[in-house]
Design a protein around this ligand. Structure first.
Ligand code: G3P
Ligand code: MG
Length: 248
């Protein structure tokens, strides 16, 4: 089956800058770019004001100085939080970015994006609708520079209908036995799997089916080399300072 060239860089920094900066922040984007990275992955969910924002957890405690669910926090309250100090006092005052700001910064830094749609519990449809509509506008001039992904199949269905011109990937942990049927039904171009559950045969089968294979979270350069040798198209890493794309 014809397999077009993977449109993003072969190495993406996880949650903006991996372990180089607080996750899902503009500082992370800067750190990724400063370390020679040309692409990033980040997580997007809706604030209590229904704005797409970069954050991983459904609650604020781990990565900000706030408390409670992101989905119950207004933009005014959310954007006033400190999302940097928990990581290092050097990043004190680093805000939770909105998607618009992150997209603009990525475009300014020349970073391609794997945008993970990360709905809070029970908000898959609304999150996907709002995030995908925004992404469609933000990357209208450069749709090849963004790849949408989600663990939520509902989110991917909505993305396919609202933005068929933006490519999508199905996120899984372990690769399920019916991975190909799911990918076909969802009309995704890529399978994104936890590298600990991948093997060479699985990568070969996905490639033979015409899919791109993206894997996470690969922090050891030797392991990344093995995965690339198997034919993986892209690794997502917390260590964009040491994990490098293969010379092809
Ligand atoms: O997209 C790959 C990876 O980010 C998925 O896991 O929990 O870090 O969003 P998580
Ligand atoms: Mg993610």
């Amino acid at each position: 089956m014809h397999r077009p060239e993977f449109p993003l860089p072969a190495v993406l920094a996880h949650r903006c800058g991996g372990t180089l900066a607080p996750e899902n922040t503009l500082a992370g984007l800067a750190a990724a770019a400063a370390n020679g990275c040309r692409g990033v992955e980040f997580d997007v969910m809706l604030s209590g004001s229904a704005s797409p924002v970069l954050i991983h957890d459904e609650t604020l405690e781990r990565t900000t100085n706030g408390y409670g669910p992101v989905a119950h926090t207004s933009d005014d309250a959310l954007f006033a939080l400190d999302a940097g100090s928990w990581f290092d006092p050097r990043f004190a005052g680093e805000p939770v970015p909105c998607l618009d700001l992150a997209a603009a910064r990525c475009q300014a830094l020349g970073l391609a994006v794997n945008l993970e749609i990360k709905p809070s519990h029970g908000t898959d449809a609304e999150t996907s609708e709002r995030v995908v509509r925004r992404a469609r506008t933000l990357w209208a001039a450069a749709p090849d520079a963004v790849l949408l992904s989600s663990f939520s199949e509902r989110a991917l269905e909505i993305a396919a209908s609202l933005a068929p011109g933006l490519r999508r990937g199905l996120l899984v942990g372990a690769v399920p036995p019916d991975w190909l049927a799911r990918c076909r039904r969802l009309r995704v171009a890529a399978l994104h799997a936890d590298h600990r559950h991948l093997d060479a045969d699985c990568v070969a089968a996905a490639r033979a089916a015409g899919l791109w294979v993206v894997t996470y979270t690969v922090n050891d350069p030797g392991r990344a080399g093995t995965l690339f040798d198997w034919g993986v198209d892209c690794v997502i890493t917390d260590r964009p300072d040491i994990v490098r794309a293969p010379r092809r």
